[in-house]
Structure formats: C-alpha cells, structure tokens
Design a protein around this ligand. Structure first.
Ligand code: ADP
Ligand code: MG
Ligand code: ZN
Length: 586
C-alpha cells in the first residue's frame, strides 16, 4: 500500500510549487531580504498549495541557516518539517475546522506567550481559517496585532472574506490561483515519468480537464488511474470511462456525421450516449470542446500544434481533416447551437430530446433563415442589375453621368472607370427605391421613420456614395441629426434595399430655388482639383449652403445662421468632413 501521490509529491520548497509564481516570487524576495511580516494570509481555491506553502514558509523561517528563501534541508528543523518528518515543536498547525471557538483561541494565545523551544520562531499555522468564529478571531485579535517578536502567524483559507477584516488588515495577503492547464500537463507528465508509469496519448489532458486546475484533485485522479492500470500502463479507454468523458471515437463519429450531413449516424450516436448511461450534459460539453478545437485548428492551420499543447500530431491531423470537412461557417454555426443547448440544459425537458433537437438544428443549418437571407441578397442583386441596365427610362443614364459632369468636370476619367462596374446606382434608382427604403425604416423603428419620411432624394454621387437629401426645414435636419439612431437606421435600410452604404449630405429646402441655384455654384468651384476624395466632394456643397443662404434669405439672418450651423455640424458629424475655409485657414 503506497501513500497517495499528492502526499509523496508535496513540495518542500517554494521552487517546487507550480503555477503560483505570483505568490512564491515576492515571498522568496521578502525572505531573502529579511523583510518578514508577523502574519500572513494565504487564500485561494482548494488544492493549489496553500497549506503546503504555509509549511514551506515555516520551514524557511526556522531553518538554522535562515530565514532563507530555500530551506537547507539538513538542519534539525528542516528535517523535522520535511515531507516525511515528525513535525516540529515550534511549528503548531491548527485545523481551524475543528478548533474554531473562543476557547481554542485563548489556548492558542497562551501558548504563544512561551518562547520557542529550539528554533527562531514559534509559528502558528491556522489552516481553514475561514472556520474560525468571529468571537474566536476577536480573541486572537490582540495577539495577531502585536505578537511577541518570536511569534509568526500563517492563516490559510479558501474564503478570505470570512476572515474578519480586522485580522485580515494585519496580515500580508497572498492569493493563490488555479494552475493553468499547460503547466499542469507538464507537471503530470514529469510525475508519470518519475513514477515510471506509461500513459496512453490523450489520457493526461483528460486528467487535467477533470482536475479543473486543482493540483491535488488532478493528482488524486491520476493516482486512481494508475491504481487501476494493468502493468503500469494507463489506457485511454479506461480513463475516459472512469472520468466520464465522451470517448474520442464517439466524438469523431458524431463530428464527422455532422460535417458530412449524415443524420442517421448522428442520431445513432445520440442513442449511444443515452444507452451507455453517459451524462448528456457532459456529452454536449465535450462536443462543444471538440468544435472549439476544430475552430482553432481551422483558424491557425499549420501552427495548431503550437497552440494546442499536449495534443499529438496525428490527433491534430485528424482534427484538421474534420475541420476541413466542416468549413468555418458550418463550424461556428454548429458551435453556436451546441453552446446554446448547453446553456439551456437544465430543467425538465428530457435530455435525450434536447440532444436530438440540437442535432437537428446543427444538421439543418438555419434553413429558413438563410433562405430568407439569400433571397434578400438575390433580390438586391436583381434590383441593382435591373437599375443599371434595364431601367433606363429617363434617368438611369443621365443620373449616373449628371453628377459626375458637374462635380468631376475637372477630375480625370480614372475614378469613373474604376467605379463604373461596381456602382451603377443612380439618383433615379434611389428615387425609385425610396418608398421601399422608408418602408424598411418604418419596420425597423417608427421614430426614425417619422424623421425620415419627409426627406427627399436630391442627388446620388456614385463615385463616393454620397447621397444628398433635402430636409424641409432646419428643425427637421436638427431632429434627424440629434436622433440617436435615425441616420444609422436610414443608412442600414438603404444598404438592405440597394446594397450600398451611403454618406449623407444635407440640404435644407425652405424653397426650391435653393437647390436649383445651388448646383451651378458647385460646378465652377475652382479650388476643387481632385474630386476623388470624399471630403472634397462634401466640402463643395457647404460652401454652397453657406454662400447661398444669406443671399436668398437675408430677411431672416438669424434663421439662416442657424441653418448654416446645422448643415455644417451635420456635415462634420456624418461625413467626417470639414468646410474648405477651415482647412485653408490652418
Ligand atoms: N502549486 C502546487 N505545485 C505542486 N503541487 C501542488 C501545488 N498545489 C498543490 N499541490 C499538491 O496538492 C497537495 C495539496 O496541496 P495543499 O497545499 O494542501 O492545497 P491547499 O491549497 O488546499 O491547502 C500537495 O500535497 C501537493 O502535492
Ligand atoms: Mg489546505
Ligand atoms: Zn535548514
């Protein structure tokens, strides 16, 4: 009968601890520099080294060569405090779970008065300190606050919040953490080789997963697997069965069946899960984990082995094949559904039913929705083709050239040529589709529709996707502008109907002549040398509005100024542009 692994491998020095550098490094430094506090609090999840560290700290403090960050291991104290040692008179370990009352605290207090029997310090380790009652802590308070020079306290607990704050604030607090999988795996591998047991591929990752970051739990599980192994050989089959994970081969067949869309095999596998009495939830978890692995493999390609540590090469190749069979879109889709199922998996619905539903959803990738989606896309394409080619009525040709001839009279032909095949949309196309666009806005958001329904399409500049809209008044423009979502909703609706993301350019109508007069003003603008940039196109109309308004509406200059401001700020906000003057003045 051998002692448990976790006892045989209990670290005896800080350097042997794994995954707790955030604690061991500063502690060792403090010890080296002889800056030792009189009370310590070690907190953290179970089985990650708190009690062990408390003992190591005591060993460091009382080593004949110490205080030191590495106990010598040969002095009397070190020998007594070693893994197999008898324990030292001067290090008192108290399990607070059973000694938690006032009397125990008083007893401890009295014992603390006596000087150490042999070593430097009298050290009290209060393990499971959260079990001490508040009264017990209060009885301890005085001595923890100002202990005699020869006394040190080390509290260890999973629940530091339960240690009353007056005590806590008198300690140096070191938080322990769960050990990350990579480090744990390495440690287990090392341990297996020093125990000379051979472990089949894939077993240790299972142990790491089942251990959940606790070293003690992981070691216990490994211990159990070793105990049940034949001839020092831990086999994968036994390990999955014992740990309750889904068998690789089952996962393989389910995933492949999903990828190749073979319902019969998928449902047979589900049946298998239920028949073998496996926990359905665990199966879903494992499936999700597998999908995640596939996504990772798919994304990183040949670097997968670097990302997925501990996974052998042939396994990675298998995963790659599966990922390829799936494709990224189906993978993410499947992962989403599986994850959703996992979240909803509690409660009354029969697990088998839930599993089968999940499989059905994965197998039929969002059938109706994607149909709607692609239908919409086809419609959009049709519309665009129809508009550029067929619907040549009066405006198709002129509209696409009209704005160009005005604005880009000075521009080279290049931008036109580039944009021609993509953006054949015209002002007329916008006018035709406008009611439909407003309909979409209306469906999306009534308030946005109220703001948008009075708008009129004035012009669309396909080169830069700038859509000039006419507002009936400055107030309308202001409301539209300050609405939290109207511009966005309108833009998205346009995108949905016409498949183009536009930038808005505002015009305030007040009277029709604004518009008609405005256009000629733009054309001659001599400053515009290269119209390809959006800002330049956008700037021109500002000048137009700014110059225009005072002339035509001078009787109400306050109003006009307001409008200017609105126009300008809208421009800045929506187009990210700035007026030409601003730029020039700089
Ligand atoms: N960080 C660690 N590095 C190496 N072994 C560890 C670590 N943490 C825990 N162990 C193993 O787990 C066992 C229990 O650790 P322990 O210190 O009692 O945990 P707890 O944090 O619950 O007090 C130790 O004997 C040791 O074998
Ligand atoms: Mg402990
Ligand atoms: Zn020593």
């Amino acid at each position: 009968m051998s002692t448990a692994l976790y006892r045989r491998y209990r670290p005896e020095a800080f350097a042997e601890l794994i995954g707790q550098a955030q604690v061991t490094a500063p502690l060792m430094t403090a010890l080296r520099n002889d800056r030792v506090n009189h009370a310590y609090l070690f907190s953290g999840p179970r089985g990650c080294g708190k009690t062990t560290s408390a003992r190591i700290l005591a060993r460091c403090l009382n080593c004949a060569e110490g205080p030191t960050d590495t106990p010598c291991g040969v002095c009397d104290s070190c020998v007594e405090l070693s893994r197999d040692g008898s324990g030292s008179l001067d290090v008192v370990e108290i399990d607070a779970a059973s000694h938690n009352g006032v009397d125990d605290a008083r007893d401890l207090r009295e014992r603390a008065i006596f000087a150490p029997a042999r070593d430097r310090y009298k050290i009290f380790i209060l393990d499971e300190a959260h079990m001490v009652t508040p009264q017990g802590f209060n009885a301890l308070l005085k001595i923890v606050e100002e202990p005699p020079a020869h006394v040190k306290f080390i509290f260890a607990t999973t629940e530091p919040d339960k240690v009353i704050s007056t005590i806590r604030s008198r300690t140096h607090h070191y938080p322990f953490r769960l050990v990350p999988p990579g480090q744990m795996l390495e440690y287990l591998e090392q341990l297996c080789s020093s125990e000379s047991v051979s472990v089949e591929a894939g077993v240790l990752p299972l142990v790491v997963r089942a251990g959940g970051g606790s070293v003690r739990d992981s070691l216990s599980l490994l211990d159990q697997l070793i105990a049940g192994s034949e001839g020092g050989q831990v086999t994968y089959d036994r390990a999955v069965a014992l740990l309750g994970f889904t068998h690789e081969s089952l996962l393989d067949s389910v995933v492949t069946a999903f990828a190749l869309k073979k319902p019969a095999e998928v449902f047979a596998a589900v049946e298998g899960v239920i028949q073998t009495g496996q926990d359905p939830r665990r199966f879903v978890e494992d499936l999700l984990e597998r999908l995640r692995d596939l996504i990772v493999v798919y994304s990183v390609g040949s670097d997968a082995s670097a990302v997925m540590r501990g996974v052998p090469q042939d396994q990675i190749e298998k995963l790659t094949t599966q990922a390829m069979q799936f494709g990224m879109a189906d993978l993410t889709h499947a992962a989403e559904i599986v994850s959703e199922t996992l979240n909803g998996m509690s409660g009354a619905t029969s697990p088998k039913l839930q599993l089968e539903l999940m499989c059905a959803k994965v197998l039929v990738p969002a059938a109706d929705q994607s149909e709607v989606g692609s239908l919409a896309r086809i419609e959009r394409l049709e519309r665009r083709i129809g508009m550029s080619g067929g619907a040549g009525e009066t405006t198709a040709a002129s509209a696409s050239s009209a704005p160009k001839s005005e604005v880009s009279a000075t521009a080279t032909a290049a931008p036109v040529a580039v944009s021609a095949p993509i953006a054949a949309l015209s002002t007329a196309a916008f006018k035709d589709a406008w009611q439909e666009i407003l309909g979409v806005v209306n469906k999306t958001n009534k308030a946005a529709w109220m703001l948008a329904f009075g708008l009129q399409v004035v012009d669309f500049e396909p080169n830069d996707s700038v859509l000039t809209l006419q507002f009936t008044s400055a107030r309308d423009l202001e409301s539209f502008k300050t609405s939290s979502n109207a511009p966005d909703i309108l833009r998205k609706s346009i995108d949905q109907v016409l498949g183009v993301t536009v930038k808005f350019k505002p015009l305030i109508a007040e009277s029709a002549e604004v518009k008609t007069e405005a256009l000629p003003v733009v054309a001659p603008a001599p400053a515009v040398e290269d119209v390809v940039e959006v800002e330049d196109v956008a700037e021109a109309p500002v000048e137009k509005i700014a110059e225009k308004k005072p002339a035509s509406k001078s009787r109400n200059s306050k109003m006009v100024n307001e409008e200017e401001r609105y126009g300008e700020s809208l421009l800045r906000e929506m187009l990210g542009a700035e007026p030409v003057e601003d730029k020039k003045n700089r």
